[in-house]
Design a protein around this ligand. Structure first.
Ligand SMILES: Cc1cc2nc3c(=O)[nH]c(=O)nc-3n(C[C@H](O)[C@H](O)[C@H](O)COP(=O)(O)OP(=O)(O)OC[C@H]3O[C@@H](n4cnc5c(N)ncnc54)[C@H](O)[C@@H]3O)c2cc1C
Length: 397
C-alpha cells in the first residue's frame, strides 16, 4: 500500500474547485493523491443562476464541465453523491462506494433554510442548482400556458419571491425583464402579471448601503415588482402564502430565497454546528479534527466585530486558496497560514443593464455597476478556466 497521503475534496463548488485547482498547481508529483467528489460532472456558477431561473439566459451558460477545469492526470474526479461522512473511520460513504482519506475538505455548499415556516419546504422552489433552475424556468412558462386555458385563474400569473436578500433581488430583476417577452409569446395582458417580493426584515438587502437599497427598489418597482417589506411569510400552501396577520396571497409560484444553512451531512457526521455550519479555526480546520478542512457555505467564520461573514462565493474562493496552501504545508510539516478575508465588495444585479454595488470602498449604481458585475463574473471564469473559458461562457453584453 502506498504511503502517499490521500486528500479527498467533497463538492466542486467555489470552495472545492479553488482548493483542487490550487493543489494541482502546488503539489509536487507523488506528494499526495487528490480526489474530488461531486454529484454532477459539472461545476455550476451559482452567481448566474438567477438568470436561467427567470429564463433570461440558458442554464448551459451557468455550468462548466469539471473535466475542462481540472487536470485528470493530477486529480481523480469521482462523480457521485456523498451520503455519509465518517470522521471516526476517516471514510466517506458515497451512494456507490467508499473513500478513505488522510485529509478531508468539505465544500458541499448550503441548503435552503426555511426557519420552520410551515409548508415552505414542500411548496416552494429554490434557486440552488442547474436542476432547480430548469424546473423554475419551465414552471414559469407553464403558468402562462395554463392561464390561457383557465383565464379566471389569475393566481397562475402571480409570482411570489420570499426573501429580498441578494438572490431574491437579483431574481426579481431578471423575472421582471422576462415577463414582457412571456406576455407577448402567450398573448397575455401584462397588467395581469404580479411579482411580489416579500421580506420579513425591515428593509430589502439587510445590512447593505441604504441609499443603494432605495435606488435598487425604485428600479425594480418601476419594472413592476411589488415589495412587501417587514412582512413575514407565516405559511406556504399549494395555493400561495399567508403573510402578516393572516392575509392570503394566492399564487401558483412561490420561490424561497430567504435563508441558507449548511449541509445536513455535516450535522449527521457529529460535528458541532450552527445551522449546519461549522465554526472553523483560523486555518479553516474543524475543531478537534485537524485533518478536516471546511470551506464555503459549510464553514462559519466571524469578522473582527464578532459578526458572522455571510456565505458568499467570494469568501469560498479565498478559503479554497488558503485551504490548499495549508494542506500542502501540513504534508510538508511547514507552518499553516491564517485565513484573513479580504472583502472586494458586493454587486447585485437588478436585471439587464442595472445593478447596485460597493467595490473598493466606492458606491456604484446603474450601468457602471452592471458592467462591474460582468467584470466580476469574467474574472471568476478566468481564475478557474483561463481565457478559453472566458471566451466560451463570458457575457460581455
Ligand atoms: C442565485 C444566487 C446568486 C448568488 N450571487 C452571489 C454573488 O453575486 N456573489 C457572491 O459572492 N455569492 C453569491 N451567491 C452565494 C454563492 O453562490 C455561495 O456562497 C457559494 O456557491 C458557496 O460555495 P461552496 O463552495 O460552499 O458551495 P457551492 O458552490 O454551493 O457548491 C457545492 C457543490 O457540492 C455539490 N454537492 C452538494 N451536495 C453533494 C453531495 N451530497 N454529494 C456530492 N456533491 C454534492 C454540489 O453539486 C455543488 O457542486 C449566490 C448564490 C445564489 C444561489
Amino acid at each position: 500500500m502506498s504511503n502517499i497521503p490521500k486528500i479527498v475534496i467533497l463538492g466542486a463548488g467555489y470552495g472545492g474547485v479553488l482548493t483542487a485547482l490550487r493543489l494541482q498547481k502546488e503539489l509536487n508529483y507523488n506528494e499526495a493523491d487528490v480526489t474530488l467528489v461531486n454529484k454532477h460532472d459539472y461545476h455550476y456558477i451559482t452567481t448566474h443562476l438567477h438568470m436561467p431561473a427567470a429564463g433570461t439566459d440558458n442554464p448551459e451558460n451557468a455550468r462548466v464541465s469539471i473535466s475542462k477545469l481540472i487536470d485528470e492526470f493530477k486529480i481523480d474526479f469521482v462523480k457521485s453523491t456523498v451520503v455519509q461522512i465518517r470522521p471516526q473511520d476517516k471514510k466517506v460513504i458515497l451512494e456507490d462506494g467508499t473513500l478513505s482519506y488522510d485529509y478531508l475538505v468539505i465544500g458541499l455548499g448550503g441548503e435552503p433554510e426555511t426557519f420552520g415556516i410551515p409548508g415552505l419546504a414542500e411548496n416552494a422552489m429554490n434557486i440552488r442548482s442547474i436542476n432547480s433552475v430548469r424546473l423554475i424556468r419551465e414552471h414559469i412558462e407553464y403558468q402562462f400556458a395554463r392561464y390561457k386555458r383557465e383565464p379566471h385563474r389569475t393566481d397562475y400569473l402571480t409570482f411570489i419571491v420570499g426573501g429580498a436578500g441578494f438572490t431574491g433581488i437579483e431574481f426579481v430583476g431578471e423575472l421582471a425583464d422576462r415577463i414582457p417577452e412571456l406576455c407577448k409569446q402567450f398573448d397575455v395582458d401584462p397588467s395581469l402579471v404580479k411579482i411580489y417580493n416579500i421580506e420579513a426584515a425591515p428593509t430589502a438587502l439587510p445590512g447593505f448601503d441604504p441609499e443603494l437599497v432605495q435606488y435598487g427598489m425604485d428600479v425594480l418597482q418601476k419594472k413592476g415588482v411589488t415589495f412587501r417589506i417587514g412582512t413575514a411569510i407565516k405559511e406556504c400552501t399549494p395555493e400561495g402564502v399567508v403573510v402578516g396577520e393572516g392575509e392570503e396571497i394566492k399564487s401558483a409560484t412561490v420561490i424561497w430565497t430567504g435563508g441558507i444553512r449548511g449541509n445536513r451531512l455535516i450535522e449527521e457526521a457529529g460535528f458541532e454546528t450552527m445551522r449546519g455550519r461549522v465554526k472553523v479555526d483560523e486555518f479553516l480546520r474543524c475543531p478537534g479534527s485537524e485533518n478536516i478542512y471546511i470551506v464555503g457555505d459549510n464553514s462559519l467564520m466571524f469578522n473582527p466585530e464578532g459578526r458572522p461573514y455571510p456565505p458568499t462565493a467570494q469568501i469560498a474562493m479565498q478559503q479554497g486558496v488558503v485551504c490548499a496552501h495549508n494542506l500542502v504545508a501540513s504534508i510538508r510539516n511547514q507552518p499553516l497560514k491564517t485565513f484573513v478575508f479580504s472583502n472586494k465588495g458586493t454587486v447585485a444585479s437588478l436585471g439587464k443593464g442595472e445593478a447596485i454595488g460597493i467595490a473598493f470602498g466606492k458606491k456604484y449604481k446603474g450601468r457602471v455597476a452592471a458592467w462591474l458585475k460582468k467584470m466580476i463574473d469574467i474574472r471568476y471564469l478566468f481564475i478557474i478556466g483561463g481565457i478559453p473559458l472566458v471566451l466560451k461562457k463570458g457575457k460581455f453584453l
